[in-house]
Design a protein around this ligand. Structure first.
Ligand code: IMP
Ligand code: MG
Length: 188
């Protein structure tokens, strides 16, 4: 008798293997460096660090523990229409911030910037709320894939191709729990 296969989860994804591209140790080292850089930049200034859910949650949690500039922390979530391994153009808020940002420095913390469309939208909205300054940190900057001009002020790593998962990044909600980042390699 063949085993009963669940209709969702990893078994439902196209056959693939994972190839580690950023180890947990590499991520930890770079996150500490970024934390020191960000702490120096905002020392003595009012800062709100905001996590873009869901993908940025492990990076945010690790990064803020290196901040010595007494930030306020907040969370927001965007919804971008499209599924699978492609992101799409249309972006809306699913959950907005709670902390007011006027007169404070705002640091948006994102998992990965690809086409740039999500961050173009978000930085535009937050920029209209009167922050003292607005900057972007991202674990991964896929710079060569940019379709709109978005600059990552505090980039963790630059990757150019491939769909990656792990350390918050998902494929159909799978693999966010991995402590490292891996490229999805499809089996032919
Ligand atoms: P953008 O709006 O095209 O810059 O897309 C950004 C969003 O697409 C990210 O916040 C991720 O949620 C998703 N995304 C883009 N590339 C990848 C990837 O390689 N792995 C997982 N998610 C990705
Ligand atoms: Mg994201």
């Amino acid at each position: 008798m063949s085993p009963v296969r669940p209709a969702c989860g990893r078994e439902a994804l196209d056959p693939h293997d994972l190839k580690t591209v950023l180890s947990a140790e590499q991520i930890a080292r770079r996150t500490a460096e970024l934390g020191a850089e960000i702490s120096a930049r905002y020392a003595g200034e009012p800062l709100v660090a905001v996590c873009v859910l869901k993908g940025a949650f492990p990076f945010f949690a690790d990064l803020v523990r290196h901040l010595t500039c007494a930030p306020e922390l907040d969370f927001l979530q965007l919804a971008s229409y499209g599924t699978g391994t492609c992101s799409s153009g249309r972006v809306v808020f699913r959950k907005d911030m709670d902390v007011p940002v006027d007169g404070k420095h705002v640091l948006v913390v994102e998992d990965i910037v690809d086409s740039g469309r999500s961050m173009e939208y978000l930085m535009g909205v937050l920029g209209n709320r009167g922050p003292k300054s607005l900057a972007l940190a991202a674990l991964i900057d896929k710079r060569e894939r940019r379709e709109v001009p978005v600059t990552v002020d505090f980039p963790g790593f630059t990757l150019n191709e491939g769909f990656v998962v792990g350390y918050g990044l998902d494929w159909a909600e799978q693999y966010r729990e991995l402590p490292y980042v891996a490229e999805v390699v499809f089996r032919s």
